[in-house]
Ligand binder design. Structure first.
Ligand SMILES: [Zn+2]
Length: 85
């Protein structure tokens, strides 16, 4: 388990299909996934079920343009803007 450095929320890092890690809200994970993650196993991010912490962090707005939440977005695009350069 990890905590967001910005808001201290409980998050877990899931693997994405392109080999990156994405922070996900702990409460969007099911019991099996939590169990595996706590035991050092990796789980794959599923955008249909898991909630990226980028979309819920109240401090993420500082990285974003205004009205970002109103737009449809791909969380991976946002992830890239944070970690590129
Ligand atoms: Zn946060």
């Amino acid at each position: 388990m990890a905590r967001c450095k910005k808001c201290n929320a409980e998050i877990y890092f899931l693997n994405t299909s392109n080999g990156k890690l994405i922070p996900v809200d702990a409460n969007s994970l099911n019991e099996v996934e939590l169990y595996d993650l706590k035991n050092g196993l990796r789980r794959l991010y599923n955008h249909k079920r898991h909630i990226s912490h980028f979309s819920t962090c109240k401090f993420a707005g500082s990285f974003r343009k205004k009205n970002y939440k109103k737009k449809k977005h791909n969380p991976f695009d946002y992830y890239d803007t944070l970690f590129k350069n």
